[in-house]
Structure formats: structure tokens, C-alpha cells
Design a protein around this ligand. Structure first.
Ligand SMILES: Cc1cc2nc3c(=O)[nH]c(=O)nc-3n(C[C@H](O)[C@H](O)[C@H](O)COP(=O)(O)OP(=O)(O)OC[C@H]3O[C@@H](n4cnc5c(N)ncnc54)[C@H](O)[C@@H]3O)c2cc1C
Length: 374
């Protein structure tokens, strides 16, 4: 339950984005309330993801996204060294069939964005079936430990004096006397608080708050995704692989569980949908109701055509999350940010980033507009 009924800033959603924004304002002397629907912070997309610290390689079809990653990568690595995992070799492979990029184009792209990339050693190349793989490159890309990242962010928001209210769901945001009124539901009941600014950082749930507040929905695309968590055979330990750029797979360390995640472009998204104002259903509810029937065997079967040792991976668990994309990402697989300032209501701002390090673009945008908020 919030200790006051009046705040400068209310942030909805204690994922990585909400926590960063809350800290930003609290460090500048603002009275900030951070509301999180679940019992703990960073349990949704900020935990349930592939844990890749992007360094540009993943976006040969969107140079802008690649360049942004190149800028954010060293910044993230420097800012969160305790959660960076780099004790593995990272390889990007180029498929021979159905790939949207060939080895020459990938190499040129890496040169263009200034990202290190060298041909993998013959022993690594031998792990792959040469009928399906044109070339393997060794690159510089790391993973992050999302539990450690959460611990760091918890410490930071505490030190900045952010008031955190977990098990607190924001139901509605309404205009009131030139400011905003925020309706929240906690374990103790319903409350109404007032705020000068409200940041909706709820990722897949952004439109749920908009819908219940009678605000126009933002066009978003949703994918019900599954990433399988696996134990890898000794031959694959300390290595990570991503095959570009088409219906292929990634095998990445998932440090917070000491396992690897296996994802596949064809089988990780189980289905997709867009919002319908008349039959609106919250993506978090869709995720809760999903039967969660694993597609691990399909992922494993297809990936093993390229990397036969994947047959030896042992399934341990799956991570399920609703991936949320801006429709503009569909054509070029880019990861732009969503930042809707004063969205339908004065002082109400909707924020979403397609990858963890997009947080820097969001904070920069806030900083560039600080006279609006401070
Ligand atoms: C399958 C998958 C793989 C990904 N892989 C990567 C990757 O490898 N690298 C990378 O950088 N990015 C990756 N991403 C993207 C990354 O996970 C997201 O960009 C990032 O986590 C978004 O953070 P967030 O804080 O906006 O969302 P979240 O972490 O989901 O936080 C939103 C919070 O809002 C809360 N909330 C929702 N509704 C309400 C409400 N009404 N009231 C109060 N609280 C509410 C939720 O409980 C949640 O805690 C991946 C995403 C997915 C789904």
C-alpha cells in the first residue's frame, strides 16, 4: 500500500525499464512511486528473455538498430559488470538455405558497423552440417544474468528513495484537476492516488491500462513465445550459437538458471495476435491461460539438422512470455523504442523497448525533454 496519496511521478511496472525510469526521477529529487503487479520486480519480460546483450550482429536488416546496439553494448557492460557473463565463445552462423543474408553480406555488415567478426576455427565449423551452413563467424557478444541485474536495480532504487509497491496493480489513469488520478488495487483494497506524471512501462500490458482508462490502444503485435531451457552436452559447453537470418535457432547461456536457452524462429512463437478494442484480452491473461505445450522437440529436431550435437541437449524447463513488438519491426526485425509522451492525457507517457539496452534510448529521450517532467 502506498504511504502517500500524492506523487510527482508514478511508474507502472517494475521491469528493467520501469525501475530505471523510477530511479532517474528519484535521483533528481522527485517523489516517485513504482507499482508492480506481482510480488517481486523483474519477473516478466526482463527475466523471461534470451539474456543476450546485443552488440549489433543480430540486426543485419536494420543498420539503425545494429548501430544503437553497438553504442549501448559497452555502456551496459560497464554499468552492470556484475551481471555480465562473457566466459563463453559466441558464434553466428549463416544458413545456406532460406537465409536472408549470405556470409559475404554478414561480414560486410559487421565491417560496416565496426563489430568484431572472424571466421570460426575448423574445429567449430566441423560441429555443423556443411550442407546447411555456409560459414560460422566468431563474434563478441555476451549474456546477462537477469537475477543479478534485478538485485543491482533493487539496490539502486532503494538508494534513490523510490517507493516500491509490489502486489499493486494499476487499473486506470484519468485526468483530474490538471493532473492525473491513478486507480490502484493492492492486497488491502482499492486506492486512488494523484500524480503529475505517470509512466506506463508494462510491456505487453501497456494497452490493458489504456483500455481500462478509455484511452486509444497503441498498435502492437504480440507473440506467445517459448524458450526451452536445456542442459548442453560437454562439447557445446562454453559456446553459444545463433544462425542468421531466417527460420533458424539460437542456443545461448541462460546464466540465472545455469542452463542454456534454445529458441527457434519457427517454434518459439506459438501464435500471434493484435489487440481488438471490442474483444480486448490482456496479454498477461493470454499467457496465464495458455496450455504451455512445449515445442522443444520440434525446436531440437530442426536445429539438429544444422548442429547435430543439439540432439544431446536435455530438456529441463521452458520460459513463456508474450513478446511485444511494434508493427514496424515486422519487416526488418528492428527493435525501435516506443515513447508516447502525453499519450491521450497530459502527463501520461507510454514506454516500451524491444531489448534491454534500449533503456539508454528511453532515458536519453526523457533527459532531452526533462523540462517537461522536472
Ligand atoms: C522471448 C523474449 C526474448 C527476448 N530476448 C531478449 C534478449 O536476448 N536481449 C534483450 O536485450 N532483450 C530481449 N527481449 C526483450 C526484453 O526482454 C524486453 O525489451 C524488456 O525486458 C522489457 O522490459 P520492461 O521493463 O518493459 O518489461 P517487463 O520486464 O515485462 O516489465 C513490465 C512490468 O509491468 C508489470 N505490470 C504489468 N501490468 C501492470 C499493472 N497494471 N500494474 C502494475 N504493474 C504491471 C509486469 O508485472 C512487469 O513486471 C526478449 C523478450 C522476449 C519476450
Amino acid at each position: 500500500m502506498p504511504i502517500s496519496d500524492c506523487y510527482d511521478i508514478v511508474v507502472i511496472g517494475a521491469g528493467f525499464f520501469g525501475m530505471n525510469i523510477a530511479e532517474y526521477f528519484a535521483r533528481r529529487g522527485k517523489k516517485v512511486l513504482l507499482c508492480e503487479k506481482y510480488e517481486a520486480c523483474m519477473t516478466r519480460a526482463s527475466y523471461t528473455n534470451q539474456a543476450r546483450i546485443h552488440n549489433g550482429y543480430h540486426y543485419p536488416r536494420s543498420v539503425l538498430t545494429a548501430m544503437r546496439s553497438r553504442i549501448s553494448f559497452p555502456r551496459f557492460v560497464k554499468e552492470f559488470p556484475e551481471c555480465v557473463v562473457n566466459d563463453f565463445s559466441k558464434y553466428y552462423g549463416i544458413g545456406k538455405i532460406l537465409s536472408k543474408v549470405n556470409a559475404r553480406q554478414f561480414e560486410e555488415f559487421c565491417n560496416r558497423i565496426g563489430a568484431e567478426c572472424e571466421e570460426a576455427s575448423p574445429s567449430v565449423m566441423k560441429l555443423f552440417d556443411s550442407h546447411y551452413i555456409e560459414k560460422i563467424f566468431r563474434v563478441r557478444e555476451y549474456a546477462f544474468d537477469s537475477k543479478k541485474l534485478c538485485e543491482i536495480m533493487m539496490k539502486r532504487i532503494r538508494e534513490a528513495n523510490v517507493e516500491l509497491s509490489c502486489s499493486t496493480s494499476v487499473e486506470k489513469v484519468l485526468e483530474h484537476n490538471g493532473g492525473l488520478k491513478v486507480e490502484i488495487v493492492t492486497e488491502d483494497g482499492k486506492y486512488v492516488i494523484s500524480a503529475k506524471h505517470v509512466f506506463n512501462c508494462t510491456y505487453s500490458n501497456i494497452n490493458s491500462v489504456n483500455q481500462s482508462s478509455g484511452i486509444k490502444l497503441i498498435p502492437l503485435k504480440y507473440e506467445m513465445t517459448e524458450m526451452a531451457l536445456v542442459e548442453v552436452p560437454d562439447e557445446l559447453k562454453d559456446k553459444a550459437f545463433t544462425i542468421m537470418c531466417g527460420p533458424f535457432f539460437s542456443l545461448m547461456p541462460f546464466p540465472s538458471r545455469d542452463l542454456y536457452s534454445l529458441s527457434h524462429v519457427r517454434y518459439t512463437p506459438h501464435y500471434e495476435w493484435y489487440d481488438d478494442r471490442d474483444k480486448y484480452i490482456s496479454p498477461l491473461t493470454v499467457c496465464d491461460l495458455d496450455k504451455k505445450e512445449t515445442a522443444f522437440h520440434e525446436m531440437q529436431f530442426d536445429s539438429a539438422r544444422y548442429l547435430p550435437l543439439i540432439r544431446k541437449c536435455r530438456y529441463r524447463d521452458s520460459l513463456w512470455e508474450v513478446k511485444t513488438l511494434l508493427p514496424s519491426s515486422e519487416t526488418d526485425d528492428s527493435r525501435p523504442i516506443l515513447f508516447k509522451m502525453n499519450y491521450e492525457l497530459n502527463g501520461y507517457h507510454c514506454v516500451m523497448g524491444g531489448k534491454i539496452d534500449n533503456v539508454y534510448d528511453i532515458i536519453t529521450t526523457i533527459d532531452q525533454n526533462k523540462e517537461v517532467f522536472l
